[in-house]
Design a protein. Structure first.
Length: 97
């Protein structure tokens, strides 16, 4: 049976980013209390977060068109899904400290 393993990195404030690219910023955009128009709430429960980050943050894919003018028109939506997965092996290093 084929197993697909997601290797995506978690996105969080303070995560490593490539030198010169903007840091990840996260803030509360709206709370349930705001939507329910509760005056002077004693608690704030986030309903929507605002994320600000570079398109090159964490796990991402550069479209071929990003590589240079000669690749114009080869945007991410034109790249076949088969370019994004392959066979692999799993090595267990859990016994290493």
């Amino acid at each position: 049976m084929v197993e697909i393993i997601d290797l995506s990195q978690e996105i969080f404030v303070g995560m490593p980013v490539y030198h010169g690219l903007p840091e990840v910023q996260m803030s509360i955009h709206a709370t349930h209390e705001q939507w329910d128009k509760i005056p002077n709430p004693t608690t704030m429960t986030p309903s929507v977060y605002r994320l600000e980050l570079s398109e090159h943050t964490g796990t991402h894919v550069d479209a071929l068109s990003h590589m240079g003018r000669s690749f114009a028109g080869q945007s991410i939506d034109t790249m076949p899904l088969s370019m994004f997965y392959t066979e692999g092996i799993c090595l267990d290093f859990s016994h290493k400290t």
